[in-house]
Ligand binder design. Structure first.
Ligand SMILES: N[C@@H](CCC(=O)N[C@@H](CS)C(=O)NCC(=O)O)C(=O)O
Length: 213
């Protein structure tokens, strides 16, 4: 049961886009009330949306409880956790864990999101076929999966001994791998620890609700 004293947080998203889904999974996990405002991609780079996010991308949030509006999915997730996860269900405030959480979130934001995004772009949206670009980005997707698998062979979670927001932050882009590598050039059997970790998260109610699977 969500806390009725909390007013619904507004999440700006669009269809199945991965970065808004990162935020939505955290809203679900924390049982926070929220509404999703669907913004057409053609409206992102102009006012009124650029008044909320001058970078003209999704997600963004407006929180009527604090008057704060934010963009960049990693910053939004950290805000939601610090503001609403007082029981530390998905986080740690102890040291070194809080820095390790930041480390993995930075890796997700800089190493996973942009590279998986470019792989998707060159595979599915770029107007010309550029096989060398597809190869470069899909191999980088595989390299990132390999980094995660190497860690997860020795650790159940990315940080500490419980699921945290950084594990969940990797879900939406990871869930898109079968689509962005539709030719199956990545042999997932080589990454069993990663596959188990991801499979466990995909089975969570919060994730199933957000991904519709
Ligand atoms: N680093 C940003 C990336 C945001 C981003 O690229 N969002 C995509 C949707 S997943 C978007 O808005 N694409 C539309 C566009 O670039 O015009 C974040 O994590 O919030």
């Amino acid at each position: 049961m969500s806390d009725s004293s909390i007013k619904p947080i507004v999440l700006y998203g669009h269809g199945p886009t991965p970065n808004p889904r990162k935020v939505q999974i955290i809203l679900e996990e924390l049982d926070l009330p929220y509404t999703v405002k669907d913004v057409e991609l053609s409206e992102l780079k102009q006012a009124p949306f650029t008044n909320i996010n001058p970078n003209g991308r999704l997600p963004a949030i407006e929180d009527p409880n604090t008057g704060i509006s934010l963009w960049e999915s990693g910053a939004i997730i950290q805000y939601l956790i610090e503001t609403y996860d007082k029981k530390e269900a998905l986080t740690y405030t102890s040291i070194p864990e809080k820095y390790q959480l930041n480390q993995w979130l930075m890796f997700q934001m800089s190493g996973q999101g942009p590279y998986f995004g470019q792989a998707a772009w060159f595979k599915h949206y770029h107007p010309e076929k550029v096989p060398s670009a597809v190869e470069r980005y899909v191999r980088e997707v595989e390299r990132v999966i390999g980094v995660l698998d190497g860690w997860l062979q020795k650790h159940k979670f990315l940080v500490g001994d419980k699921l945290t927001y950084v594990d969940l932050a990797f879900v939406p882009w990871s869930a898109g791998v079968p689509w962005l590598d539709s030719d199956k050039t990545i042999d997932m059997a080589k990454y069993p620890a990663y596959s188990k970790w991801l499979g466990d998260m995909l089975a969570r109610d919060s994730v199933k609700k957000v991904t519709g699977s």
